[in-house]
Design a protein around this ligand. Structure first.
Ligand code: GAP
Length: 452
């Protein structure tokens, strides 16, 4: 029988492991669920995704500030937000194989017992769905008892609502304004899967934008557009992105309208980020439960009111996965096929690789000097002197390095290096004194047109 061909996801998972993007967590002990660690290139990729998000959502705007709140908050937070009572997914059990499955995802899941495919195909009867709360419980302090129960946050958003008054007082901002944060969230997903798409521990990038209620609709439209364009500006293929409005049955308990930015993954369309209208649900409930007035006082109109909230909420791991999938190409060349990741240079883990053409005549020493100059200009670099130059280029294509800088005889004689571009494979001669500004311009001016 012919061996089954690896799928696109198989190839990406394998590349991620082999080249140091993403490893299965606790692998030497057999792993733990669908949990992953980020290796040297993965951590750079994720850092760039977060920097690009922070830059667009916070640094570039005068109306958004940042926050870093605690993962473990007073448990009343989650009673008040509705998570203790309602943050559940429907779960079914198989009476034969004892598998547990998310009832609303049955069509996409597999039975652990082979050769059966879908849950229930092992011959077992599935139970009626029951609600399973996704929050991880823990205990705070040295005594374990009902009084010490706390939760790992299932979203970063609540930390923002709890700090609304403090930020308002110290920042002198007034609605419309936003508070953003990036950090870990935890959900005890019934069936995690599709690599880092759905995991139990993940990072979120969220922003709560507080607006006068009358301005709700215009800001909802603003943030849907801004967040959609951010993905396209960072190189994601527009034809694989769409905005989808939730219908009434799909809306979360706190939301009056939500739009998902969806990407067409190899396993189908899936949510990449959500933009939700949360109204005054959270501020009003936390005000009532805590007894602290979280209304905003407008000194001009002398009105005191709860601002409405527009929330763009994305997952950093899902963003990194999307950048990886969208960038991946097996490009047919005249003589062979090259694997290349067409990352936007602002997202690529390594900006420039530096090579001496040969390992002699002072080229390695000059290449090391040039690499140090690029590092001093805060570029991420990689030095490589092993193997033929063509092979070294290909190794960098496979991890998405947009520029390779080669030191040769001309560098020593005339201070010129060769810059080789990943997407077009074109080469240019550049004066070493102009290399930093040349690469800076190339990063800034990169566009999808230069993708092959
Ligand atoms: N504060 C709103 C909120 O948390 P959400 O749609 O549940 O909304 C926001 O989550 C984003 O977080 C999602 O669009 C997704 O990118 C990411 N996310 C949610 N659950 C995840 C999981 N189990 N694994 C990875 N990312 C997840």
């Amino acid at each position: 029988m012919a061996k089954p061909q690896p799928t696109l996801m198989d190839k990406i998972v394998s590349l991620c492991k082999r080249r140091g993007f993403i490893f299965p967590a606790s692998e030497i002990y057999g792993g733990i669920g669908n949990t992953y660690d980020y290796g040297p290139l993965g951590v750079e990729l994720k850092r760039r995704v977060k920097d690009a998000w922070w830059n667009a959502v916070v640094t570039a705007r005068a109306d958004v500030v940042g926050l870093d709140s605690a993962i473990i908050q007073n448990p009343k937070t989650w009673e008040t937000s509705g998570h203790v009572a309602g943050f559940t997914d429907p779960m079914v059990d198989c009476k034969k194989c004892k598998g547990r499955f998310r009832a609303d995802h049955i069509g996409d899941l597999s039975c652990p017992e082979k050769p059966s495919k879908r849950p229930g195909e092992c011959g077992g009867e599935l139970t009626e769905p029951r609600s399973f709360n996704l929050m991880f419980k823990t205990h705070v302090g040295p005594m374990e008892g009902s009084g010490s129960v706390a939760y790992l946050r299932p979203e970063t958003a609540q930390g923002i609502f709890l700090n609304f008054k403090s930020v308002l007082e110290c920042s002198r901002l007034k609605p419309p304004f936003g508070i953003a944060q990036i950090g870990k969230s935890f959900r005890n997903e019934i069936t995690p899967g599709n690599f880092v798409f759905r995991t139990r521990e993940f990072e979120q990038a969220e922003m709560e934008f507080f607006v006068p209620p009358a301005e709700n609709d215009e800001w909802y439209e603003h943030w849907r557009g801004v967040r959609f364009d951010w993905y396209i500006d960072h190189g994601i293929s527009p034809e694989r992105l769409r905005l989808r409005e939730h219908d009434a049955a799909e809306l979360a308990h706190y939301s009056t309208a939500t739009a998902d930015i969806e990407y067409e993954y190899p396993f189908g369309w899936g949510e990449l980020e959500g933009i939700a209208c949360r109204t005054d649900f959270d501020l009003a409930r936390h005000s009532e439960a805590s007894g602290v007035d979280l209304r905003y006082f407008d000194p001009q109109t002398k009105e005191r009111y709860f601002p409405y909230v527009i929330e763009p909420a994305g997952g950093v791991d899902r963003m990194a996965l999307t950048f990886l999938i969208d960038a991946y190409e097996e490009e047919e060349l005249e003589k062979d096929t090259r694997v290349v990741l067409h990352f936007h240079p602002a997202i690529a883990p390594t900006t420039a690789a530096v090579f001496p053409l040969v390992k002699k005549e002072g080229m390695p020493e000059r290449a090391r000097e040039i690499e140090a100059e690029l590092r001093a200009a805060r570029m991420t670099t990689f030095y490589d002197e092993k193997a033929a130059i063509g092979r070294r280029y290909r190794r960098q294509d496979e991890v998405g390095t947009p520029f390779c800088v080669t030191v040769d005889g001309d560098t020593l004689a005339e201070d010129l290096v060769t810059v080789r571009h990943r997407d077009t494979m074109e080469q240019e001669r550049v004066a070493t004194g102009e290399l930093v500004s040349y690469l800076d311009d190339a990063v800034r001016n990169w566009g999808r047109a230069s993708r092959v």
